[in-house]
Design a protein around this ligand. Structure first.
Ligand code: NOJ
Length: 567
C-alpha cells in the first residue's frame, strides 16, 4: 500500500483539520514517545454487520469518534483467524483476518483511512504460543516423536510409570497444569506438550529456525501493509531452558527456566532491525510483566523494543506514596536506556479502573480477583477521573483502553453460562476472569445493545451488556460537559497542543503528604489530591482542567487539576 503518512503539523492540529499526505521522511520519527494509543478490543468495539461481534466495519465507521477523542494511534488486540479459545491470543493464521472481523482488504482500507485522520495502527503479535488448530500443531500431532514437526514445539515424554506424569511442574499463568498428554495414532498415550497458557495454546520452541523465520515474515507482512508498530504478547516468555528444569525457590535474574532469559533479547534485536528497515518509525511495544525494573528496562535498550507497558503503575493502590514511588522508580529505570515510560490504567486483562478504585483494596493483582467484592462506584469514578489526568500529565506515552474514556465499570453479573474467559473456567469459577472488562461498548440509545449493533440486528452481542448502561453511551456522554468522555476529550486536546506534555521530564513540587504535584517544562503543573481533605493549589494564572469541581478554590480529595503557571 501507499506508505505516505501525515505531516506532523497535521497530526498535531487535531480534529477537523485537512489531511495532507506527504512522504514519511517528513514525519516526526519520535511520534511514539508522546503518543496517545487507544486499545481496540475488536470483538467489543462496534459491530458493523449485526452478527453480535465487533468487526473492522464497525471500527471504520467510528474512526471519526477516535479522531475527535484525540488519539494518535490505535492498537488492535489479535484480529487473526482463531478459534478464540483465549480471545484471539490463540492464532491460527498470522497472515490473515478472522472472518468474523472482515478480511485483509478491509484491514488495509482501515489502516489507510485511519492514517488519513492522523491515526496510526498498531497490531498485536503473539510469538510465545500458537493455536492448536494451526497447521504446524496439527502436523506435529500427526508426526512421530523426534520429528521436525514436533521440534517447533515442546514435546517431551512424561515421567514416572508409562510416562504418566508431567515432564515438570511448572504452573500455568492461567492456573492449573502447563502440560497436556497427546494420544498416539494407535490410541495409546503419547508424549506431552507444553502450554504456559491453555492447552489450546501450545508454546513455540524459539530455538527452532522455522519459528524465528515465520515471525520475521509476520512483521514484514504487516509492516508492508502500513502498520506503524506491533504490540508483542507475553514478550518475556519466549525462550525456555532446554532442560525444562523445575523452577528453583530462589531464582536469580535471568535464570528462570521460562521467563526473561537473556537469550530472548536476540529475538528483539532482530525484530528491531526489521522495524528499522522501514520508512517512518515502526515501533515494537512489549507486554513485559517483570517485577525487576532493571530487567524490564533491558528490553528497551536502543536496539530492542521502543517501549513496554508500565504495569507497575497500574497495579499500585490509590495512594500518594505508592504512586509516587512507582513514578520515580519507573522513570529512573527508563532513564539509562533513553526510552520513554508508558502510562496504562487498564487493558482487556484487568479490572476496570472505575471499579478497582472504588474498592477497599485499590491495587490490581490477578490472584486476588473475586466475585462479590464491595465497590463504591461513585468513589471509583471520581478517582478514575483523577487518575486519567494524572497519567496523561506524566512524561511518556499514554494508553487508553476502549470504554475507559466512558468510565465503564466492570460488568460483574455476566451469567456463568455466557462467560467465555479461560481464567474463569480454569479457576473453577473462583476467579471472575476478564469478561467483565470486555463487554461490548455502548454507543447510543437507552437499551442493549446500545448502538453496538446496527439498527434491526437480531443477534445479541457476544457478551451481554448491563441493562443500566444508558448513561454510559457515547451519545449520552458527548452532550454532557461533566462526563468522563468530555474530560478525556479536553485532556487529550490540551495534551496534544501543550509543548511540555508527552515525552520529557517532570519536577516534583513540595506538597502536603497525600498530594502529588509536579511541573512539566515551563508553565504546566499537575496536582493530584489523594488525601482526605481539600488542599490549596500552587499559585497559577489559569485552571486548565480539573477532574472535579474546586471547592472555594481548593482541590477536593481524589481529584486532579491541571494549571497554567505562567502567561
Ligand atoms: C497477554 C494477553 O494480554 C492476554 O489477554 C492473553 O490471555 C495472554 N497474554 C496469553 O496470550
Amino acid at each position: 500500500m501507499d506508505t505516505a503518512v501525515l505531516s506532523t503539523e497535521h497530526a498535531q492540529s487535531g480534529a477537523g483539520s485537512k489531511s495532507v499526505l506527504i512522504s514519511p521522511s517528513a514525519v516526526d520519527p519520535l511520534w511514539w514517545r508522546s503518543a496517545v494509543i487507544y486499545q481496540i478490543y475488536i470483538r467489543s468495539f462496534a459491530d458493523g454487520n449485526g452478527d453480535g461481534t465487533g468487526d473492522l466495519a464497525g471500527v471504520r465507521a467510528h474512526l471519526p469518534y477516535l479522531r475527535d477523542l484525540g488519539v494518535d494511534a490505535i492498537w488492535f488486540t489479535p484480529w487473526y483467524p482463531s478459534p478464540l479459545a483465549d480471545g484471539g491470543y490463540d492464532v491460527e493464521d498470522y497472515f490473515s483476518i478472522h472472518p468474523s472481523f472482515g478480511d485483509l482488504a478491509e484491514a488495509e482500507a482501515l489502516i489507510r483511512e485511519a492514517l488519513a485522520l492522523g491515526i496510526r495502527t498498531i497490531i498485536d503479535v503473539v510469538p510465545n504460543h500458537i493455536s492448536d488448530q494451526h497447521p504446524w500443531f496439527k502436523a506435529a500431532l500427526a508426526s512421530p516423536p523426534g520429528s521436525p514437526e514436533r521440534e517447533r514445539f515442546w514435546f517431551r515424554p512424561g515421567q514416572g510409570d508409562n510416562g504418566s506424569e508431567m515432564p515438570n511442574h511448572w504452573v500455568s499463568n492461567f492456573q492449573g497444569d502447563t502440560w497436556t498428554r497427546t494420544t498416539n495414532p494407535d490410541g495409546t498415550p503419547g508424549e506431552w506438550y507444553l502450554h504456559l497458557f491453555t492447552p489450546e495454546q501450545p508454546d513455540l520452541n524459539w530455538n527452532n529456525a522455522d519459528v524465528r523465520k515465520m515471525h520475521e515474515d509476520v512483521l514484514r507482512f504487516w509492516f508492508d501493509r502500513g502498520v506503524a508498530g506491533v504490540r508483542i504478547d507475553s514478550a518475556a516468555l519466549l525462550i525456555k531452558d532446554p532442560e525444562l528444569s523445575e523452577i528453583p525457590d530462589d531464582v536469580k535474574p535471568g535464570e528462570h527456566p521460562n521467563t526473561d532469559r537473556d537469550e530472548v533479547h536476540d529475538v528483539y534485536r532482530s525484530w528491531r532491525a526489521i522495524a528499522d528497515s522501514y520508512e517512518g518509525t515502526r515501533v515494537l511495544v512489549g507486554e513485559v510483566w517483570l517485577p525487576d525494573t532493571e530487567r524490564f528496562a533491558k528490553y528497551l535498550r536502543p536496539d530492542e523494543m521502543h517501549t513496554a507497558f508500565n504495569f507497575d503503575f497500574m497495579a499500585r493502590p490509590w495512594d500518594a506514596s505508592e504512586l509516587r514511588d512507582s513514578i520515580d522508580s519507573m522513570l529512573a529505570a527508563h532513564a539509562p536506556v533513553g526510552a520513554p515510560s508508558t502510562w496504562v490504567l487498564s487493558n482487556h486483562d484487568v479490572t476496570r479502573p472505575v471499579t478497582r478504585y472504588g474498592r477497599s483494596d485499590t491495587s490490581f493483582a490477578f490472584a486476588t480477583k473475586r466475585f462479590n467484592t464491595p465497590t463504591d462506584r461513585a468513589l471509583g469514578t471520581r478517582r478514575a477521573r483523577a487518575a486519567a489526568l494524572l497519567s496523561a500529565a506524566l512524561p511518556g506515552s499514554l494508553y487508553v483502553y476502549q470504554g475507559d474514556e466512558l468510565g465503564l465499570p466492570e460488568a460483574e453479573d455476566i451469567p456463568p453460562e455466557l462467560r467465555q474467559d479461560p481464567m474463569y473456567f480454569r479457576s473453577d469459577g473462583i476467579d471472575p476472569g476478564r469478561d467483565g472488562c470486555r463487554v461490548p461498548l455502548p454507543w447510543s440509545g437507552t437499551l442493549p445493545p446500545f448502538g453496538f449493533e446496527p439498527e434491526g440486528a437480531t443477534t445479541v452481542p457476544w457478551l451481554p451488556q448491563p441493562e443500566d448502561w444508558a448513561a454510559f453511551t457515547v451519545e449520552a456522554e458527548a452532550g454532557d460537559s461533566s462526563s468522563m468522555l468530555s474530560l478525556y476529550r479536553t485532556a487529550l486536546s490540551i495534551r496534544r497542543s501543550h509543548p511540555s506534555l508527552g515525552d520529557g521530564t517532570l519536577t516534583w513540587i513540595d506538597s502536603d503528604p497525600g498530594v502529588l504535584a509536579f511541573s512539566r517544562g515551563l508553565g504546566f503543573v499537575s496536582v493530584t489530591n489523594l488525601s482526605d481533605k481539600a488542599v490549596d493549589l500552587p499559585s497559577h494564572v489559569r485552571l486548565l482542567l480539573a477532574s472535579s469541581t474546586l471547592e472555594n478554590g481548593l482541590l477536593p480529595s481524589d481529584s486532579t487539576a491541571w494549571l497554567r503557571t505562567q502567561h
